[in-house]
Design a protein around this ligand. Structure first.
Ligand SMILES: [Zn+2]
Ligand SMILES: [Zn+2]
Length: 380
């Protein structure tokens, strides 16, 4: 979709100015993590950090904030972005960003994942922004389309609430399967070669997610919640974050059940999480990068964009998150050669804009002009 905002071009000083502001904001958030590590960092991650690593990261981010501001200052006619970058960098220095030191941290009962938010945002931007710039699917679409702030808020909140989601989504699995003595199964799974164990984790969670996803499409009340995810017209690396809390809770709980029941090793679990985090961003990204024959083995942006398509005649396909063969088995596979959908989004629904309104809306109202009749269920 064309937006009021135009896509940035190399050489205008806007990209460097934006990068400078982005890094400046991350630096300030990083300083908050150093000042309030008990409340703002993830206990599991703290075990991995070394003081040198986080201190150098901080130093690097602040220096880069100034360097990108300088580039923008030299290139841009309008110096506004560069000035903001310098202001943010200066604030980070004044607040002690260059002299921060990691320290021992007490464990509280709760904490927000601000460190996870900063690191994941940084990594995703480093991976996907260059990909979307170099191989864009929709060449006119800018990163700063009408609803980018909303999508960023979704991204932010789901990362800050990592602990809450972790605890909540484990609960159903533990409640339903905790009484079983599963040690034999766990030993068998842990004795598998790592690659086999990882593949098994991916296949079984994808099977569970497939059905959770399909139920969200076919049940009219659940569809109200999942349709938020489908409301985006600007598919890009941030778009996949637009997912309602109820949707995240059920879908993740479902994928946690096999992980819990089969007792995968910590290594497998961690690699699985990293893979899914990157892959979920990839399939929503605004890129037509060519995956060759791999597109028949693993889901790609083209595959998942078809799931988000605007054309009603192609609704109800491509529910699998990772493996297209699961859609093939259940008769919901659709990948027509090199073709892409005309557009993405919902033609028959109207959603309010903004995170809070979208959060409350599906509980009380139906966004669709016509509620789906039971016989139309599978069409979504
Ligand atoms: Zn869906
Ligand atoms: Zn999606």
């Amino acid at each position: 979709m064309e937006s009021k905002n135009k896509r940035m071009r190399v050489g205008e000083g806007k990209i460097s100015g934006t990068v400078s502001i982005f890094l400046g904001v991350l630096s300030l958030a990083g300083i908050l993590c150093f000042k309030f590590p008990e409340q703002l960092t993830t206990p599991e991650f703290r075990e991995v950090y070394t003081p040198e690593l986080v201190e150098n990261l901080m130093l690097g981010a602040i220096i880069a904030t100034f360097l990108f501001a300088l580039v923008s200052m030299l290139l841009a006619k309008n110096k506004k972005l560069a000035v903001y970058g310098v202001a943010l960098g200066t604030m980070a220095v004044v607040l002690g960003g260059l002299t921060v030191e990691g320290r021992a941290v007490e464990k509280l009962n709760w904490s927000l994942g601000l460190d996870w938010l900063i690191l994941d945002l940084l990594v995703m931007v480093l991976i996907f922004v260059p990909i979307e710039l170099a191989f864009p699917k929709n060449k006119l679409q800018t990163k700063f389309h009408e609803e980018w702030r909303t999508d960023l808020i979704y991204f932010g909140i789901s990362h800050l609430a990592i602990q809450l989601f972790g605890v909540l989504t484990k609960k159903p699995a533990v409640a339903f399967f905790g009484w079983m003595n599963l040690e034999g199964v766990h030993t068998w799974v842990n004795d598998l070669p790592f690659v086999v164990e990882l593949l098994l984790a991916l296949v079984v969670t994808d099977l569970f997610q497939y059905w959770a996803h399909r139920i969200f499409h076919s049940h009219y009340f659940l569809w109200r919640f999942h349709s938020i995810h489908h409301s985006t017209e600007n598919m890009d690396w941030l778009a996949g974050s637009r997912t309602h809390f109820i949707d995240i809770f059920f879908t993740r709980s479902m994928s946690y059940i096999p992980l819990y029941v089969l007792g995968f090793s910590t290594l497998t679990f961690n690699v699985y999480i990293v893979f899914i985090a990157i892959h979920a961003v990839l399939i929503h990204a605004n890129t037509n990068i060519n995956f060759g024959f791999l597109k028949y083995i693993i889901t790609t942006p083209q595959y998942h964009h078809w799931h988000h398509c605007k054309e009603p005649e192609h609704y109800g396909n491509n529910f699998a998150v990772v493996f297209p063969f699961i859609d093939m088995i259940f008769g919901t596979y659709y990948l027509p050669g090199k073709e892409w959908p005309e557009g993405t989004g919902l033609v028959d629904a109207s959603f309010p804009k903004g995170f809070l309104k979208q959060f409350a809306f599906p509980f009380v109202k139906n966004p669709f002009k016509n509620d789906l009749l039971p016989e139309e269920k599978s069409e979504r």
